[in-house]
Design a protein around this ligand. Structure first.
Ligand code: 1HE
Length: 253
């Protein structure tokens, strides 16, 4: 059985975390397999759906494997997660996550690197690192901290509280909250919608918006003008505008 399974259906690839007996807890080989799955997608794939096999999206870091590490190894381990989750966020393809059950610790860090997040009614978002005597290391301070705000993330970690799907929707951890079992079907619909967009527009949405958040206002506005100019002068822009005026769906490259 493979730790990560990929199913390609035309423009959409579904990548499934596939270690349900361990609630998709992420070991070192598992995170490597996740990276390999994102690295080996066919060119035709425009959008990725990320989901977990079984009743849980992901229970976070594999605590059984978390053997004694030197401080130096700890840095490399954390930085490896950062690199791979950056690969998910900035790899060039929009990623839609379909979540159920545990979205815990590193599982929430992975989810926060995806662009569209669908949570079903069984979802539990939690950062229990403080309860385990550790700290987040897969990018939560940056990604979850930005979604929740530093203040609310601090409280979430200190008290180890759990947020459900509706809470997640209210706070931004999820963009959609659906009935149990309905996350994957909605993720597929949303992935099709995203895949219908012009590829360059999608690319800028992924690359520019999150980066501009890190810039000064002046730098952000200048960067935005470059994205606007490049997209507005692309062949897909001509097609998109023509299709609107001709009252038909656009046919992008
Ligand atoms: C695991 C893990 C894991 C389950 N590492 N083995 N993450 C956590 O602190 C979450 C820990 N897990 C849980 O709280 C629960 O397992 C769940 C709420 C997710 C699911 O509960 P349940 O009752 O369905 O399953 P279970 O019986 O607890 O677990 C089933 C098996 O999965 C069991 O192994 P088994 O050999 O006894 O069958 C568990 O040991 C195993 N399992 N979760 C290892 N996480 C980049 S830094 C990120 C830092 C973190 O992510 S810290 C948060 C870690």
């Amino acid at each position: 059985m493979q730790l990560v399974e990929t199913a390609v259906d035309g423009r959409i690839a579904t990548i499934t975390l596939n270690r349900p007996d361990k609630r998709n807890a992420i070991s070192d080989p598992f995170i490597a397999a996740l990276e390999a799955a994102f690295d080996s997608l066919p060119d035709a794939v425009r959008v990725v759906i990320l989901t977990g096999a079984g009743d849980h999206f992901c229970a976070g870091l594999d605590l059984a494997e978390h053997a004694e590490r030197t401080p130096e190894d700890g840095i490399y381990h954390s930085r490896n997660w950062h690199r791979i989750l950056d690969r998910i966020q900035f790899g060039g393809r929009p990623v839609v996550s379909a979540m159920q059950g545990a979205v815990i610790g590193g599982g929430l860090e992975i989810a926060a690197a995806t662009h569209v997040r669908v949570a079903d009614a069984t979802v539990r978002f939690q950062l229990p690192e403080g309860r385990r005597g550790i700290f987040v290391g897969g990018g939560a301070t940056v990604r979850v901290g930005r979604i929740l705000g530093a203040d609310r993330m601090t409280e979430m970690m200190l008290t180890g509280r759990t947020y459900g799907a509706e809470d997640g929707l209210r706070l931004g951890l999820a963009h959609y909250a659906v009935d149990a079992g309905a996350a994957l079907p909605l993720a597929r619909d949303l992935a099709e919608k995203v895949a219908d967009n012009a590829p360059l527009s999608n690319y800028f949405m992924i690359q520019a918006i999150a980066r501009i958040e890190d810039m000064s206002k002046a730098d952000g506005l200048f960067t935005e003008s470059l994205c606007a100019a490049l997209s507005q002068t692309s062949p897909d822009a001509q097609e998109g505008l023509r299709a609107f005026l001709e009252k038909r769906a656009p046919r992008f490259r």
